[in-house]
Ligand binder design. Structure first.
Ligand code: ADP
Ligand code: MG
Length: 276
């Protein structure tokens, strides 16, 4: 199983849109895919037309109770499995304070289902708290959506520092896969500048150790497209909502790029549990 955490401590940069549409894009390529909603706002859950209140078990129960993934999947079109979030997930951070090994709960539960999946994608909240830490401790790769914006790179070094710390202390196989530019306005000077800045940043970072060796700017750009903003209210991915839209083309291109990225990389198995 390949596993991806989609993180950025800023909101509104395209995390959820990327998590949902990349998951569905991969499922439509015949892959066995699961999407885990780790944001208490439950945007990914709602985007796929699932009512968080109707889910018997949610990621809150997964982190704070006995619930297991196998009993909580909600299956949507194309066999995409979803672990739904609910607003009560916001309380998990407080409830887990003082629990030993609280960063590794997700990783340990995921280990039990990894054989049933080809791809697992985690949509993270806009913060670097315990929920995002659980995601980073569990996965192989980090994807970072960025909106080209004059402050886009602001806060990036703090984020990279967090990824580096998790990689050295909690999850030795963690790798920064790279940046996906979202809400892209092609042809603008700003978009070109931010692309150049990110490339330069990673060119430098790649020399800093194994965590960064694959770090790249994905060449697929996700253009600003109104259909992507409309799709959530129809409870569908962009492929279900309007497959001829620019948004569907862009996420289709990203899906292909992600498939070839993994085709060239050996899978590193997750350790069964945390090192002592
Ligand atoms: P995040 O999860 O990082 O907070 P979202 O994916 O929810 O960000 O995106 C924020 C808002 O922007 C949402 O309303 C979403 O529908 C919209 N949006 C995301 N990507 C695009 C895009 N490429 N074009 C137009 N709207 C977008
Ligand atoms: Mg989101």
């Amino acid at each position: 199983m390949r596993s991806i955490a989609i993180i950025n401590q800023k909101g509104g940069v395209g995390k959820t849109t990327t998590a949902v549409n990349l998951s569905d894009g991969l499922a439509r390529q015949g892959k066995r895919v699961a999407l885990v909603d780790l944001d208490p706002q439950a945007h990914a859950t709602l985007h796929l037309g699932i009512d968080p209140r109707s889910a018997r078990n949610t990621t809150y129960h997964l982190l704070t109770g006995d619930a297991e993934f196998a009993s909580m999947w909600r299956t949507v079109d194309n066999g995409l499995k979803v672990a739904a979030a609910h607003l009560d997930l916001a309380a998990a951070e407080v409830e887990l304070a003082g629990v030993v090994g609280r960063e590794a709960i997700l990783r340990d539960k995921l280990a039990k289902v990894s054989g049933d999946l080809d791809y697992l994608i985690i949509d993270c909240p806009p913060s670097l708290g315990l929920l995002t830490l659980n995601a980073l401790a569990a996965v192989e790769d980090v994807f970072l959506p960025l909106q080209p914006h004059f402050l886009a790179l602001h806060g990036l070094s703090k984020l990279m520092q967090t990824v580096g710390l998790v990689a050295s202390r909690l999850n030795h196989r963690l790798r920064m896969a790279g940046v996906v530019l979202c809400l892209y306005e092609s042809g603008t000077r700003l978009a070109n500048e931010v692309s150049g800045d990110v490339e330069e940043y990673f060119d430098h970072l790649r020399t800093e150790g194994p965590v960064w060796e694959h770090a790249r700017l994905f060449s697929s750009r996700i253009r600003r497209n109104i259909r992507l903003a409309e799709a959530p209210s129809f409870g569908k991915s962009i492929f279900g909502y309007d497959k001829s839209s620019a948004g569907a083309q862009d996420y289709h291109a990203l899906t292909s790029e992600v498939l070839s990225y993994y085709a060239g990389r050996a899978l590193v198995d997750a350790p069964a549990s945390l090192p002592p």
